[in-house]
Design a protein around this ligand. Structure first.
Ligand code: PEP
Ligand code: CO
Length: 456
């Protein structure tokens, strides 16, 4: 089905939704029965999309403005979204924390914030090993609910293509509820009285934080009383969706043409991204992403050779259009000072017009003495803080942050004003993959970032 492509990002290069199949595709599950997979993919291709091309293009425009320093991006959500998270409480709590963080960030950034959830489809995960061994038993690793289940049994760990359909349905149900909330009474969560701020008293910055929340309250009251506009009363969608475009057969099945728009769109999410493990310019994931019209994210970390950076730009954003490509850097607090500046320099030398987002989570993962995966709040903030300073010193702006968080009261990351310690981790650790900030830690991080942006 390869066809000559005329879309905005490609000239005279043959691309089609399935040309990734000619490349090495890392991190793909091995299905025992590919005929069943083929049936599932056929069914997926025929289902309605989750998002629309005009929403995708609207986000691209907003991200272009963010790349020009006029907006700030908050991207956040679970590392691995679970099907069982598709409940009214969970979804409301995720929206609540993202909305509240974004309001705090508006105060700091003094510019509008674009909210992008790692939700409604963040169901496929890359893993460091294909197999997991416990005792004498070796089974395929858990790769996200779209692929298999975390329980350590043969039945649970065998990749099941039907899960892709379940995932598509869960994503649709999640997104349906998000859209309804955003359109309806959810706006109340803007109000300061809905912030759960008990933990603030444990912070030396409590007064600053209270003042920021007061500012939000005043702005809302002004809008509502003086301008007669009810906060959140808007027909525009206010939350965009994102997931790692990892499972390529699934992403291919969601790649569509639409009437009166050139090119192909991934209509499973507004903002798909390539993870660090699958960002090889010669690999299948970059081949897939280069041909779609969506704004795309690329995780970058470690030392990147200038040649690799050049190829990413050539493949993913040959026209250097602001909004098209976002580099989500994730070096770790100890390495960002050495590794970000040369990356920025090369991108600039190549005329890149990218948006820069800092993911302060994935370079800061540690294993405790008890063998638990965690992250220290102080490392997370230290990386973001340096990111702001490095971009500023290089004469540009950090355009956003990418955070793994949940609206629930989990104990997965240590530190923060609440003082979670390694001993607390066992109490409410539920992530099957990476540790997330809980509600309080996420809000605290937003306060610190806002404070940093205000200070300039
Ligand atoms: C993730 O975002 O959950 C992830 C796996 O990140 P990275 O690709 O940056 O390691
Ligand atoms: Co993660």
């Amino acid at each position: 089905m390869a066809a000559h492509c005329v879309h905005g990002n490609l000239d005279a290069v043959t691309w089609a939704p399935d040309t990734w199949r000619r490349r090495v595709a890392l991190q793909q599950p091995e299905y025992p029965d590919t005929a069943v997979l083929a049936c599932v993919l056929k069914e997926l291709r025929e289902l309605p999309p989750l998002v629309t091309s005009w929403e995708v293009l609207q986000l691209k425009q907003l991200l272009a403005e963010a790349a020009q320093g006029k907006r700030f991006v908050l991207q956040g959500g679970d590392c691995a979204e679970r099907f069982q998270y598709c409940t009214p409480n969970r979804i409301t709590n995720t929206l609540k924390v993202l909305l509240q963080m974004s309001l705090v960030l508006v105060v700091g950034a003094q510019r509008p914030v674009i909210r992008i959830g790692r939700f409604a489809g963040q169901y496929a995960k890359p893993r460091s090993a294909d197999m997991e061994k416990r005792g004498d038993l070796e089974l395929p690793s858990y790769r996200g609910d779209n692929v298999n289940l975390p329980e350590f049994t043969i039945a649970a760990r065998t990749p099941d293509p039907q899960l892709l359909l379940r995932g598509h349905e869960r994503a649709a149900i999640t997104l349906n509820f998000i859209r309804a909330l955003v359109k309806g009474g959810f706006a109340d969560l803007h109000h300061p009285e809905y912030f759960d701020l008990d933990w603030v008293e444990d912070s030396p910055l409590a007064d600053d934080y209270h003042r920021m929340v007061e500012t939000i309250g005043e702005a809302l009251r002004f809008m509502e009383n003086v301008l007669g506009v009810r906060a959140g009363d808007t027909d525009r969608i206010d939350f965009f969706t994102a997931h790692e475009a990892l499972h390529l057969p699934y992403e291919e099945a969601q790649t569509r043409r639409v009437p009166r728009q050139p090119g192909w769109f991934n209509l499973a999410a507004h903002f798909p991204w390539a993870g660090l493990r699958t960002n090889d310019p010669a690999g299948a994931h970059i081949e897939y992403l280069r041909g779609i019209e969506n704004p795309i994210g690329l995780k970058v970390g470690g030392k990147c050779a200038p040649e690799q950076i050049r190829r990413w730009l050539e493949l993913l954003d040959p026209k250097r259009s602001p909004g098209r490509l976002t580099l989500i850097h994730r070096f770790g607090a100890k390495r960002i000072a050495d590794e970000l500046p040369p990356l920025v320099e090369t991108v600039r030398a190549e005329g890149g017009a990218v948006l820069w987002i800092c993911d302060p989570m994935h370079g800061n993962t540690q294993i405790t003495a008890a063998g638990v995966k965690t992250r220290h709040f102080s490392d997370i903030y230290a990386e973001v803080e340096q990111a702001f300073d490095i971009h500023a010193a290089m004469g540009q702006k950090l355009g956003g942050v990418h955070i793994e968080l949940t609206g629930e009261n989990v104990t997965e990351c240590v530190g923060g004003a609440g003082g979670l310690s390694e001993e607390d981790l066992a109490r409410a650790y539920e992530s099957e993959v990476d540790p997330r900030l809980n509600y309080e830690q996420a809000l605290e991080l937003a306060f610190l970032i806002a404070r940093k942006m205000k200070a300039g």
